[in-house]
Design a protein around this ligand. Structure first.
Ligand SMILES: Nc1ncnc2c1ncn2[C@@H]1O[C@H](COP(=O)(O)OP(=O)(O)O)[C@@H](O)[C@H]1O
Ligand SMILES: [Mg+2]
Length: 228
């Protein structure tokens, strides 16, 4: 599903360039549940943002379903992102003026009318599973951080995307809500979805099919963590 080759991401600050990511080769197969682990600042979010077509890169090739993403127009990229990718951002990215329900339904906004209606039922189901049914009419500021995180997660699930990218989705949750989120990701995985999960929690990483280590912006095949 995903193939990266020779990817380089550079952040420029004044005169100096900082290479945030340098990935020789990375692949993720359809249906895989993969954990990316690494210290803070190692490039995990940068990698996930590139995979989610939220950021560009300086060099290299990113193929999504055998399609070279750089060859897609901005509009085609947006369509791909919207239909194929569900993203749980580390910073949630909720819209303050929208209710919880409106936030969750945001990715469904551009669907045909009939499909959008079906999402309302799906919404009730997801909200129940994530324990936020009581919060649907509230605004993000009225929620705890843990609840906000679960809203962001519900939004990633609403369009039934084939690829779910989750950036430390349990970072702000207590252990019971944290396991609830992981169970939901596993459930999506069992439905055949591809899941890429960033975490620094080894207990969570161990629940995935494969663990990939990242350090100083580099994935090293030799640094793949052994599953216990
Ligand atoms: N927008 C940016 N401008 C400049 N440097 C950045 C930017 N975003 C991230 N970085 C730097 O790139 C490196 C990787 O960041 P990030 O991908 O957020 O790491 P992680 O998610 O693993 O904590 C860090 O050193 C960070 O300071
Ligand atoms: Mg990060």
């Amino acid at each position: 599903m995903i193939t990266l080759n020779g990817i380089q991401k550079v952040y420029r600050s004044g005169e100096t360039d900082f290479i945030a990511l340098e990935i020789a080769n990375f692949t993720c197969s359809k249906g895989e549940m993969l954990a990316i682990v690494g210290e803070s600042g190692s490039g995990k979010t940068t990698l996930l943002r590139i995979l989610g077509l939220l950021d560009n890169f300086e060099a290299g090739s990113y193929q999504f379903n055998q399609q070279e993403t750089a060859q897609l127009s901005a509009k085609e990229q947006a369509k791909l992102r919207n239909q194929e990718i569900g993203f749980v951002l580390q910073t949630f990215g909720l819209i303050e003026d929208y209710t919880v329900k409106e936030n969750i339904l945001l990715p469904a906004k551009y669907l045909p009318r009939g499909e959008r209606a079906a999402k309302i039922n799906h919404l009730a189901e997801i909200a129940e599973q994530l324990n936020i049914s009581e919060q649907l009419k509230k605004y993000p500021r009225q929620l705890s951080r843990g609840q906000q995180q679960r809203v962001a997660f519900a939004r990633a699930l609403i369009n039934d995307a084939n690829l779910i990218l989750a950036d430390e989705p349990t970072g702000n949750l207590d252990s019971s809500n944290s396991q609830r989120v992981i169970d939901l990701l596993k459930q999506e995985h069992q439905k055949g979805k591809t899941v890429i999960l960033v975490t620094h929690d080894q207990a969570i990483a161990q629940q995935c099919d494969r663990i990939v280590g990242i350090k100083d912006g580099k994935i090293n095949e030799n640094r793949h963590f052994e599953k216990e």
